[in-house]
Design a binder for this molecule. Sequence first.
Ligand code: XIL
Length: 336
Amino acid sequence: DKTQGLKDYYKDFFPIGVAVNARTLNGKEAHLLLHEFNSITPENAMKMEVIHPQRNVYNWALADSIVAFAQKNRLRVRGHTLLWHEQVPDWFFLDNQGKAVTKDTLLKRLKDHITTVVGRYKGKVYAWDVLNEAIDDSPQRFLRLSKWLDIADEEIFAKAFVYAHEADPDALLFYNDYNSERPEKRERIYRLLKKLVDAGIPIHGVGLQGHWSIFEPSTADLEQAIERYASLGLQLHFTELDISVYPWEKERRTKRADEIDTLTTVLEQRQIDQYGRIFSIFRKYRQYITNVTFWNLSDRYSWLDRYPVYGRKNYPLLFDRELERKKAYYKVVDFK
Ligand code: XIL
């Protein structure tokens, strides 16, 4: 049924979003976006290195145009992201002599940044990924090492939420991370979230990125993660969904050895099954899940074409390279 888009099929469940960049706002891609989605996330435009490249320089052009596009077309905007260890310019951490700043200075710079960015889009960005990927991948470590924690301590994470809340008291504030349904990492994320909640920090939700593959997550891991996070009274957004046709761990080791140049029937069927299974879990937990966002629009362009192996084609989304609906699309909108 071409009259309905994903957003229409899911209108009684949750908004359906997509990550956007400058290209997505024009032509055929914009047309598809508006037909299928009712929420957008700037893929890079609000990250520190893009929006605040130098101390007294803000680059508003792209973020402004994304927010204006959303306003004009009545789309929700998820803001991404205010505090992250990647895509952050070095000037935050250095004084005029090139020496490391003090914790107080760093907190002040972060506060200025968050106040300015969140304040500019007050009432227009409905949810912010305040803190991104702060938990380490290794079970031996709790918090990920970063330039932020070289200078400050865990308090800076709580402060980020407080600053964002002061700048827009109506915005929903999220902690966002990947592999957040894997039981061991899930428990360390839970521990961080619980500390914030118990301390009365304004945090409203947890973002599960959902960079998955045809091999994971398992039903049990996904369902247990949803229930565990929801038990903190937080809402859940799936913020960066894509289903790679390559295994996550293996792709880090094998470089391009397993590259395929078209989506084969076997892999495609696995992806269809995976999308179907995951969306039926999302529907089952609709009381907790308040947004599901895809990380890019179609297989014409996915960030996974460059990551973690540069130049290998991936096919992780619901629309193909011609922007047509894939079989997985029909599975996702089939509620049987
Ligand atoms: C990615 C973008 O898609 C790429 O264009 C960019 O080069 C790197 O960042 N987790 C996140 C996102 O929170 O911000 C990342 O986005 C993907 C992983």
